[in-house]
Design a protein around this ligand. Structure first.
Ligand code: BDR
Ligand code: CA
Length: 306
């Protein structure tokens, strides 16, 4: 079984990703970052998911703002609380006294993945503090970017757009990097059928996930006209735990920092000639949805916690 630390900004799909990581991997810790909602809320939401799992897992609070940008949030997708209303449930847990960057630097071994599903601020700070850190982890599985269009701007995806300077540092750091961008995560859509299956399940996880995903589906319907939602962040967990379900292509990925229309774009070199830049990233191009979706449903429908 793979082991991992999840760096996240819950976020509806982050919450689902934490649950999946806890079921399919050894989850060594959760670090939080400002992103979908401010840091106090992402930390509270992560604690709430860990409490729901009844797990003895540290939640370490991280960066309150990106390296250079003012914070950007995504309440229009994830709701005021970040969990489509589910973040307002009672929770009595507190964050660890260890800061996220300290935890990231001190905890992982060469067997551990860092699954990064929010803006990359914490990871960039860890790399800045100790550039040798990247040789002490197994790799970084990122939900972020795209080989094609973005979602905040036509060129940039939310996690990279939020902190492009941090993303540039991470993509240049020399670690093994797997990237699940929008080109991949848009293949992994939940619909009403998935929600009906959750509604029929009796466990706490399904009862937590169903209204949260129903909220997300409603928001996406308003935004896109289609009643389905891409579950971005669970893809980065699966890319580490079940790489056999993906097709990856080794590409050079660099972050645009200066463009007036393209700041935060992941520039993926997909040229087919020898002029193609040297690859630094395993870019996920396709996922076997027929196998991945039942895995997720099975996790959410479990009655017993690990
Ligand atoms: C990413 O942005 C956030 O809103 C989601 O949680 C995901 O990590 C998708 O662009
Ligand atoms: Ca996220």
């Amino acid at each position: 079984m793979e082991s991992m630390i999840v760096d996240c900004d819950p976020g509806v799909d982050d919450a689902i990703a934490i649950i999946l990581a806890h079921d399919l991997a050894i989850l060594k810790g959760v670090t939080t970052v400002s992103g979908n909602v401010p840091i106090e809320a992402t930390t509270r939401n992560a604690l709430q998911v860990i409490a729901l799992l009844d797990a003895d897992i540290q939640v370490c609070k991280g960066a309150a703002r990106p390296l250079k940008n003012p914070p950007v949030h995504s309440n229009h997708v994830h709701g005021t609380d970040g969990l489509g209303g589910a973040g307002l449930l009672k929770n009595t847990r507190s964050p660890s006294h260890v800061d996220a960057v300290d935890f990231l630097l001190e905890t992982p071994t060469r067997d551990d993945w860092i699954v990064a599903i929010g803006p990359l601020t914490n990871l960039a700070q860890a790399i800045e503090r100790d550039p040798t850190w990247v040789s002490r982890i197994k790799g970084i599985s990122i939900m972020g970017g795209s080989t094609g269009y973005g979602n905040v701007t036509s060129a940039a995806e939310f996690n990279i757009y939020s902190d492009p300077e941090a993303a540039a540092r991470v993509f240049e750091c020399g670690a093994r990097i797997r990237m699940c961008g929008l080109n991949l995560t848009h293949q992994f859509q939940v619909t009403e059928v998935f929600l009906r299956a959750l509604a029929q399940a009796e466990g706490d996880l399904a009862q937590f996930a169903e209204p949260m995903l129903r909220f997300l589906l409603g928001r996406m319907e308003e935004l896109t006209g289609r009643r389905s939602a891409a579950l971005h962040d669970p893809c980065a967990v699966l890319a580490a735990t079940h790489p056999q379900l993906f097709e990856f292509e080794n590409l050079s990925v660099r972050i645009e920092l200066a463009g007036t229309l393209t700041r935060g774009m992941t520039v993926c070199d997909q040229r087919t000639t020898r002029r193609r830049d040297f690859p630094n990233t395993e870019v996920a191009q396709s996922i076997d949805v027929g196998k991945a979706m039942p895995l997720l449903l099975n996790t959410l429908c479990k009655n017993e916690r690990k």
